[in-house]
Design a protein around this ligand. Structure first.
Ligand code: HEM
Length: 300
């Protein structure tokens, strides 16, 4: 029987999100496992997806790891842009319909985790005007549509180490909205590669090869680098942007897109979006299947 991805990964439609990252402090593995185990299945109405950095997974499950899992390494782009690494050990992604219960679960998780770990990042995400990013373009349109295609893009295949689990990329991107809103809509459309209101992909000569779509709609050795994106806007009137979150069946799905965005390719072109938004965190994670998570934590 195939293993089951964590339920929250594919559950769509929540308007409220919370992101928490931790560095382990305790070297007592059984204490760490007990703390994590007490953070899952807290309230049925809040989905909690738990993911591990490479070193953390090695600690809780020394017997195997997904073949392509690595820690996030900083990228230095062609024109001075950087994607920093802030790789931590543990990542909780929470989502639900009601901010009160989502926040209750965040508080519960923090209470449990602070016994064994230090908080590395906390961010609250929200849905904005029907799936729009704060740059006011719809986000997630080109995501795989059917359950089968989502799984094909996001879930490690049967028979491989980590089957039923997902590789994960998270990056907090801070937007310069003053700069973005100062350029005309047709220029914004050329940066994204889609129209703003109708959300239609630009075609032919109208699609610049340094648009966000051109840099991320990729094939490597004939294989489309499909991923399943679950990003959400975050922030306040001062610091705001996109908490980019994506699930993939292999790490190259993310690394090829990032390299293309930062111009680390033959054509050396950078994604024009980089001139309006800056990555300030970056981590790769492994979200094990429900069965592998339970086994690693020693719970039923
Ligand atoms: C500031 C950060 C980002 C913003 C505001 C942003 C926004 C968008 C928007 C508006 C679209 C078009 C609609 C859609 O298909 O969702 C899009 C598409 C896409 N983005 Fe991003 N994105 C960001 C970062 C990233 C990163 C870091 C990656 C990958 C590592 C990525 C991968 C993709 C992919 C794969 C598509 C679909 C391409 C296709 O049409 O096949 N994005 N993004």
């Amino acid at each position: 029987m195939s293993k089951t991805p964590q339920v929250g990964i594919f559950k769509e439609g929540s308007p409220h999100f919370y992101f928490l990252e931790y560095h382990f402090r305790s070297t007592d593995v059984s204490q760490v496992k007990a703390a994590i185990a007490s953070c899952i299945n807290v309230f049925s109405e809040v989905f909690v997806v738990v993911s591990f950095g490479k070193n953390a997974w090695q600690l809780v499950q020394p017997n195997w790891m997904p073949a392509t899992l690595t820690s996030f390494k900083m990228l230095k782009g062609q024109q001075g842009h950087q994607a920093p690494s802030t790789q931590a050990d543990l990542f909780f992604w929470l989502h639900g319909d009601d901010i009160s219960t989502v926040f209750d679960v965040a508080l519960h998780i923090d209470k449990q985790m602070k016994r064994v770990a230090n908080l590395n990042l906390q961010e609250r995400g929200f849905s904005y005007h029907q799936n729009r990013d704060l740059i006011d373009f719809e986000d997630g349109t080109a995501n795989p549509k059917t359950d089968e295609l989502k799984r094909e893009a996001a879930v490690i295949a049967k028979g491989l180490a980590g089957e039923g689990g997902c590789l994960v990329l998270s990056q907090k991107w801070v937007h310069d909205l003053d700069k973005w809103n100062a350029i005309p809509v047709h220029c914004q459309e050329a940066v994204v590669g889609r129209t703003k209101v109708e959300n239609i992909e630009l075609e032919g000569d109208a699609m610049p090869d340094d648009s966000h779509i051109s840099r991320t709609d990729l094939k490597v050795e004939g294989v489309p680098m499909k991923i399943y994106r679950r990003s959400a806007p975050f922030g306040s009137v001062t610091e705001k942007g996109l908490f980019f979150l994506a699930f993939g069946c292999e790490l190259v799905r993310f690394s090829s897109q990032l390299e293309s965005m930062y111009g680390l390719t033959e054509d050396q072109k950078i994604d024009q979006l980089l001139n309006f938004s800056k990555a300030v965190t970056g981590s790769y994670w492994f979200a094990p299947s429900q069965e592998d998570l339970a086994e690693a934590l020693g719970v039923e």
